[in-house]
Design a protein around this ligand. Structure first.
Ligand SMILES: [Zn+2]
Length: 335
């Protein structure tokens, strides 16, 4: 019987892995194992022999179990060491986490402009993207026969409505709803039937601005435009006005800014002129005021239209307009 214990202990010591160790345990300590066999015929023994056999079995069980547990712990420790080695973590590395989103560059500029104009006492208005022909054209002094309509080809819908070609109809809605005096801007999405290329899109963004009050002059217009552009480009800008024709203003201007790249001497961006054409503006045409129920003898105003898409391209040096609508995260994640 001592041989049985010795052989079990030797087998436990020589087991090379946890599976082999488990096999030894089953062989000696299992329900049908060798120690169990020894207790099977105990009923045939005399009480004295039975007591001795029982003592032996208990002692054998204890020493085999102890040896088994010790060996098993060494296997477990080795397995854990291997696991720790393989799955080692550098807890000082920052967690990947959820990537933070960001606002689209056009939205960023739009919000900056809204903040600026609110601080100057302007209201921010919204208008429908599906417009009536009247609000998009007629009320802005562009009747059906007017050639200016050709420059704003758009998508016509059933029932005479259209996708608005500019944010200017919101001027009309603002005047109709709020009346004078009025200070408003209207940022939003606009549409044209354009052949899409690097500098043309069928969908783009504008911000329209208008101030109607008594004695509004070109000086007010220049002041607000300089304030706006200096805030956007984060430096003092020099502006100039050239005569320009837009049916809804009289007089109408093209506003240029001194080239921000070369500062005046001329470069490729300003086509060697030192100036960059930026936005159309002017004093509101009396017909436009009249059509919205405002007396042009009592009230006057200025208006401007600014291309938000173009502004974003200038500020960030984006050379392809299609990137702005493309939804490519490699592009968008830079802002
Ligand atoms: Zn230049």
């Amino acid at each position: 019987m001592q041989d049985l214990i010795d052989s079990a202990l030797a087998r436990i010591q020589s087991a090379v892995n946890a599976d082999e160790l488990e096999a030894v345990r089953v062989e000696f300590l299992g329900r049908k194992g060798k120690l169990a066999d020894l207790s099977k015929d105990m009923g045939k023994l005399s009480p004295a022999e039975r007591a001795e056999r029982g003592k032996f079995i208990n002692a054998a069980k204890k020493s085999i179990e102890e040896a088994y547990e010790a060996r098993k712990q060494s296997f477990d420790a080795a397995a854990l060491a291997i696991l720790l080695d393989a799955e080692w973590l550098d807890l000082t590395v920052p967690a990947a986490g959820v990537k933070p989103g960001a606002l689209h560059p056009i939205t960023q500029i739009q919000w900056e402009i809204e903040d600026l104009f609110r601080s100057l006492g302007f209201t921010v208005l919204d208008g429908p993207e599906v417009e009536t022909e009247y609000h998009n054209f007629d009320a802005l002094n562009i009747p059906a026969h007017h050639p200016a309509r050709d420059m704003q080809d758009t998508f016509w819908l059933e029932g005479g409505n259209l996708l608005r070609t500019h944010t200017s109809p919101v001027q009309v809605r603002g005047m109709e709803r709020l009346g004078p005096p009025l200070r408003m801007i209207a940022p939003g999405r606009t549409f044209r039937n354009e052949e899409v290329d690097a500098s043309h899109e069928h969908t783009f963004y504008q911000v329209e601005g208008m101030m109607v009050d008594r004695d509004v002059s070109v000086a007010h217009l220049i002041y607000f435009m300089k304030t706006l552009l200096s805030a956007i480009f984060k430096r003092e800008v020099t502006v100039r006005l050239r005569p320009g024709y837009f049916p809804f203003v009289e007089p109408g201007f093209e506003l240029d800014i001194r080239c921000l790249i070369c500062g005046g001497p001329g470069c490729a961006v300003c086509k060697q002129s030192g100036w960059v054409e930026l936005l159309p503006c002017g004093l509101v045409h009396p017909n436009v005021l009249l059509m919205s129920g405002i007396d042009p003898d009592q009230w006057g105003g200025f208006a401007f239209g600014l291309g938000l898409t173009r502004l974003a391209m200038m500020r960030y040096g984006i050379d392809d307009i299609r990137l702005l609508q493309g939804g490519d995260l490699r592009f968008l994640s830079q802002f």
